[in-house]
Design a protein around this ligand. Sequence first.
Ligand code: SAH
Ligand code: MG
Length: 181
Amino acid sequence: RGLPAISVRPEEGRFLQFLAAACGARLALEIGTLGGYSGVCIARGLAPGGRLITLELEPAHAAVAREHFTLAGLDPVVELRVGDAHSLLPDLARIGPFDFIFIDAEKEGYLAYLDWSLDNLRPGGLLAAHNAFRRGAVLELDADDPRVVATQRFNQSLAQDPRLISSVFPGGDGIALAVLR
Ligand code: SAH
Ligand code: MG
């Protein structure tokens, strides 16, 4: 279907489902839908009656994701919004607070997504962010790839913010994790 092969891996998908279930999520948000693979996993972990809102910039990706949500029987659960997440988030503040937020869009946006999440997660809510490792590139202290630098800064913020208890799931490309105190 012409989509890049950058979905989370099966073990990461299962872990996302596990996390959503573990925090009893009823209202979840995903930033970066692609073809809907991680979204299906998160939606399957929600409490009965739960809802996932997922944001995608590319209409072509969103069209494929819509088909997958339908095939998975998740039309009543998943709401897909198309556009730049940075423009879509302000409106979502009125729907929140969210129990679970998964960040997996452009890496340069992660710090802004973190700021928004800190204001829009419920206390005890869970934040997860994909590609914490960037295939090991985060260890290069002199990195100049802006995506790597952004990921390093994001990981550092997560680790140092006193409002958060953070950790990392070391499967796949790494999922940075935080619970809001
Ligand atoms: N979470 C998906 C993979 C997401 S790949 C999965 O594991 O199945 C990253 C996606 O983020 C791409 O589809 C890309 O188009 C989208 N994206 C990039 N920048 C974005 C932005 N500013 N707002 C919303 N989506 C964005
Ligand atoms: Mg990713």
